[in-house]
Every structure is written in C-alpha cells, then in structure tokens.
Design a protein around this ligand. Structure first.
Ligand SMILES: Nc1ncnc2c1ncn2[C@@H]1O[C@H](COP(=O)(O)OP(=O)(O)OP(=O)(O)O)[C@@H](O)[C@H]1O
Ligand SMILES: [Mg+2]
Length: 248
C-alpha cells in the first residue's frame, strides 16, 4: 500500500481538486484507491457526489480504537474508488494527537487496510498541525500545489523548512504550480523561475480553469465532467508522473 498526500499550509490552492482528480484517475488505472478527506470542511465530498449523499461519521470511536477505519469507508463511490468523508469532529484529531505525542495514530488506523487498498490519497487541511505532521511522516510522497504568487511561494518555503527541521524527508515533497493564469505577468515570470524557486518542481502546471470550479457544482471528477478539457489533460499527466513515483 502506498500513501500519497495533497498538502500545503496555504488554503485555497487546489489541494482538494487535485486529490479528487488524482484519486479518480488512480482508481481508473486498476489501483484499489481510498481517498480520505482529512479536512473538517469536507470539500472533497462536494467534488465527489455532493455533501447530501456522502455524510461523514464522528471520529471519536475510531480514535478510541472502538471502530476500525473500514467502518468509515464508503465503498465504490465510483468503481474502484473508496472514500472516507470528512466530519466536523476531525477537528478533534489534533487534540487526540497532542495526547499521544509519540505514536503515529494515523499510521495505526491505516495499518489494517494494507491488504485491500493499493493507494491511499490523503486530502489535507491547510494547517501545520500534529495531524499534518503525521501525514508528512507516513506519506510516501507529498504533492504540494503552489500558486505562482509570492504568498504561495512563501508557504512552500515554510513547509520545506518545517519538513527539514522535523527531519521528515524533504525529498518526498513534490511542488507543482497550480491555478496558473498565463495571462498574468507575475504568473509567467514566477513559472519561468520554477526550478530556482521550487528546487525541482513537477513538470505539470494546473491551469486556472472554470471547469475545475464546476467539479463542486456537478459532484464529478474532471475526467467525467470534461475529459477533453486542457485541465483534465494536465491532471492525467500528473497522474502518470505520480505513478512513476509510487512504482505503479
Ligand atoms: N485549477 C483551478 N482553476 C480554477 N479554480 C480552481 C482550480 N483548482 C481549484 N479551484 C477552485 O478554487 C477553490 C479552492 O480549490 P480547492 O478546494 O481545490 O483548494 P484547497 O487547497 O483544497 O483549499 P482548502 O485549503 O480550503 O482545503 C475552489 O472553489 C475550487 O473550485
Ligand atoms: Mg481542500
């Protein structure tokens, strides 16, 4: 079982959109995939089938060890794609984790899945918390959307610093440009300086596209909503690149 995460400490940069699209593409390529929405705001549910259809369950029983993770999984929201929706109680994850400084609770709750699931995709909240520290620890690869703006680049540098300080393995971080509007001079300028500013960015850049926003309205991954759109093509390229990273 491989674990990947979509994460940035910056909000609204395209983590959830990428998590849903990549998880869907992985499931289409015969990987038994589990997407876990770790953000209490629950945006991934909207992208998948609308919040009405997929309701999360309170986490307390999971955290107390009374219910296994499998009881929280909605199987086959699309063929081959399982989903754990968020719940507002996910806020408490951090409180629980503060009490268990040494143990990686996330690793413990995911461990029983390893036989049935080949890829876990974690959609993370935009916080640098104990939870995200555990995500950064257990994930094999972490994909980090960076908008071509100075603020977003600043968040990237913060994350890099954090990962280095905590010795979590900076090599597992894969930054990629997200929500790129090539009509904007700043976007063009910063994209051209990608290797200098991000070290080794992925060779894909997600364009700013209204069709991505529509994913939330329609409750569909881009591959189903608009497979011939340029953005869908870029997500497919991104999946191919991730596939190599995870050895699939
Ligand atoms: N490539 C894109 N083009 C245009 N809009 C986008 C794109 N990607 C995401 N969006 C829109 O921007 C908003 C934020 O996207 P998304 O939820 O994926 O970001 P996020 O990083 O997960 O945010 P948060 O930090 O709140 O979890 C959403 O309204 C989404 O529809
Ligand atoms: Mg999100």
């Amino acid at each position: 079982m491989r674990i990947i995460a979509l994460y940035s400490p910056k909000g609204g940069v395209g983590k959830t959109a990428a998590a849903v699209n990549i998880a869907y593409l992985a499931s289409q390529h015969n990987r038994a995939t589990l997407l876990w929405d770790l953000d209490p705001q629950g945006a991934a549910s909207f992208y998948l089938a609308g919040a009405e259809r997929i309701k999360g369950r309170k986490l307390s029983k999971l955290l107390e060890g009374k219910s296994p993770l499998s009881e929280f999984i909605h199987e086959d929201v699309f063929p081959g794609l399982d989903f754990i929706p968020a719940h507002s109680s996910f806020r408490n994850f951090d409180i629980k984790l503060e009490h268990e400084q040494d143990a990686n609770v996330l690793k413990q709750v995911l461990a029983p899945l390893s036989e049935d699931t080949s890829l876990v995709v974690l959609d993370c909240p935009p916080t640098l918390s104990r939870l995200t520290e555990q995500v950064l620890d257990i994930a094999d690869h972490v994909y980090v959307p960076v908008m071509p703006t100075w603020l977003s680049l600043n968040s990237w540098n913060q994350l890099l610093e954090f990962v280095k300080n905590k010795k979590l393995g900076a090599k597992k971080l894969h930054p990629f440009f997200s929500m790129v509007d090539r009509r904007k001079n700043l976007h063009k300028e910063l994209m051209a300086r990608g290797p200098e500013l991000l070290g080794n960015p992925m060779a894909v850049a997600i364009p700013y596209a209204s069709v991505v926003e529509r994913m939330g309205e329609e409750g569909l991954p881009l591959e189903l909503l608009a497979p011939s759109s340029p953005a869908a093509e870029v997500y497919r390229k991104m999946w191919q690149s991730i596939r190599k990273d995870i050895g699939a």
